[in-house]
Write a new protein. Structure first.
Length: 475
């Protein structure tokens, strides 16, 4: 069913209709369109533009459509251009001519902008909750390995010993930032475009503030032209999903490395691995690899939308039809990847002995030598030079730093006394890193306690938002 055409003498060419048609992907907006229609109907009735009798009939038909769309009893057909025309067809099939009454005072321009915001809020709430589930899995695993030493890396080279729980907890911090971004995104997304019409508002006695409140938005848009053309919330959502994807990709990269035969740190569970069609021995960390790969798709969606938006004049332009598929795809992608990575994290076993054996290797205790000298009031530049000479000596003799003799240590620097043996151990190095955010056992325990509290606060926050949104949709 077409929502336009009175001034046209010809039907659209088949190629034009095929290119214009969006119902095959924007149909997922139907529940949000119907809820927005109920809010719009209430304003049309309260302003006297529709009689209570007509309003009651339309309300009843809308409620029927809500159930029929949810069950699949009503869907789009080959002649529907978009979700809006399909649903108006549903109304007119039930009510006849009065089914078109609901179009008064609104345009597809403000209608689709409203629907897409509602959809995005609903979908983002789901992403937030899945992200929290992954954080909880990471924190549980960090607790499990809070006492397990391992070597830490920079530039993929052995750097300093860390507790492996500290290594795992870093990912929870990254997702905290993502959740903070989502929470901030809600502020700018909770603005209702409904009532803006095509671009100039309406001459009818509508109340955009009332529909905004009915739909759970914090406010109504302050400029009708901006309201119908603003897709900042789409671009921001795609940035947030790209960042989550990037953080998932970094987990995937580490899991792939840790699961190699050369590392042998991670034993990914059979339930979250796949095999080879030709090599019977293979057990591949494909969930980790797919997490890496999907990140590129998420970044591509962001880039595509930004490129589409960058040169658009105001107000609405048909280019904006290209905002939906990337947004839908990004939400769908994360909805697949997040649970899979959560399961992978939860079921991975780490080899404590192998990680502990790696902790002092690669001269990872060299910084302890420099810090020991600094505590003896040696300037750090000189301390760094002396520690480097210790490494060179150990490399030449093919020994580890703690195996250097007292005589050799004192020959490198007189302040390198036998007392240094107290810090030239993994345990000593770990215990000394007591600064806030450090890897010492007490510092890690404090970090995990704070993280758990922050994640619990996010969980309560997004649960409250989700309950409020569900209540609005069912009102």
């Amino acid at each position: 069913m077409s929502l336009w055409g009175g001034r046209f003498s010809e039907e659209p060419a088949d190629a034009v209709f095929a290119l214009s048609r969006s119902v095959h992907f924007d149909w997922r907006l139907a529940p949000y369109d119907l809820r927005a229609s109920l809010a719009h109907l209430a304003v049309l009735e309260s302003s006297g533009l529709l009689t209570s009798e007509v309003s009651a009939k339309i309300r009843g038909a809308l409620l029927e459509l809500i159930e029929e769309v949810a069950s699949g009893a009503f869907t789009y057909n080959d002649t529907d251009e978009d979700v809006h025309s399909a649903l108006e067809r549903g109304l007119t099939e039930k009510l006849g001519e009065i089914g078109g009454s609901l179009r008064a005072g609104r345009s597809r321009n403000d209608q689709v902008a409203t629907d897409l915001r509602l959809y995005a809020i609903d979908a983002m709430l789901g992403i937030a909750q899945m992200t929290i589930a992954l954080q909880q899995a990471l924190l549980s695993k960090a607790d499990e390995y809070a006492d397990a030493p391992a070597v830490g890396f920079t530039h993929m080279q052995h750097a300093q010993p860390v507790l492996f729980g500290h290594e795992l907890a870093k990912h929870a911090h990254a997702f905290n930032r993502d959740l903070d971004r989502i929470d901030d995104w809600f502020i700018r997304t909770s603005v209702s475009p409904l009532g803006s019409g095509a671009l100039a508002g309406s001459s009818l006695p509508l109340s955009p503030e009332a529909t905004a409140a009915a739909l759970g938005f914090k406010k109504s848009a302050g400029n009708s032209i901006d309201a119908v053309s603003d897709r900042d919330f789409v671009a921001e959502a795609l940035f947030v999903t790209s960042m989550i994807g990037m953080h998932l990709s970094r987990i995937g990269e580490e899991w792939c490395i840790w699961a190699t035969t050369e590392f042998g740190w991670a034993q990914v569970s059979d339930s979250h691995s796949t095999g080879s069609s030709i090599m019977p021995q293979k057990k591949n960390p494909d969930m980790a690899e797919l997490a890496r790969g999907k990140a590129g798709r998420l970044v591509g969606n962001l880039t595509g939308v930004l490129t589409m938006l960058k040169g658009l004049p105001f107000a609405y332009n048909r280019d904006l039809q290209e905002d939906k598929e990337p947004l839908f795809d990004s939400f769908d992608t994360l909805a697949l990847v997040l649970p899979a990575v959560t399961g992978m994290v939860s079921t991975t076993h780490f080899d404590r002995a192998r990680m502990a054996a790696s902790a002092p290797t690669g001269y990872s205790l060299a910084t302890e030598i420099a810090d020991f000298l600094v505590r003896a009031h040696v300037p750090f530049a000189s301390a760094h030079e002396a520690a480097g000479k210790c490494v060179a000596l150990a490399e030449n003799k093919k020994i580890e730093l703690h195996e250097i003799s007292d005589a050799d240590l004192s020959s490198i620097h007189p302040a390198l006394t036998p007392d240094i043996r107290g810090v030239l151990t993994v345990e000593g190095a770990l215990a000394s890193r007591t600064t806030y955010g450090g890897t010492a056992p007490a510092a890690l325990a404090r970090q995990l306690a704070i993280l758990k509290s922050e994640v619990s606060a996010f969980e309560a926050n997004f649960s409250a938002k989700s309950n409020a949104f569900s209540g609005m949709m069912s009102a």
